[in-house]
Design a protein. Structure first.
Length: 94
């Protein structure tokens, strides 16, 4: 029996909506979701995160097939490619 093996990575972004849309359109990306991470406020609202007072990053979760797209390509797209202007000071959360 053949098993499908997928990988998961989290990218901390300045704004996750455009980044999520760009990433979900890549061949080999199976699923994306967004949320907040790394802050100190429990269950913050969008307004609280945008205020800069919670220390949260906007996070994009990416589930991908490493046989179709390599982690290094995803990382380069986020760090130096079309999404690089969207990185927050923390860079990438892996």
């Amino acid at each position: 029996m053949a098993y499908l093996i997928f990988e998961k990575v989290y990218f901390g972004m300045g704004c996750f909506w455009g980044a999520e849309k760009y990433l979900w359109e890549l061949e080999g990306v199976l699923f994306t979701s967004v949320g907040y991470g790394d802050g100190f406020t429990r269950n913050p609202t969008y307004e609280e995160v945008c205020s800069g007072q919670t220390a949260h990053n906007e996070i994009v979760e990416v589930i991908y097939d490493p046989k179709k797209i390599k982690f290094s390509l995803l990382l380069s797209i986020v760090m130096i490619g079309p999404l690089s202007g969207n990185i927050m000071s923390g860079g990438v959360t892996v």
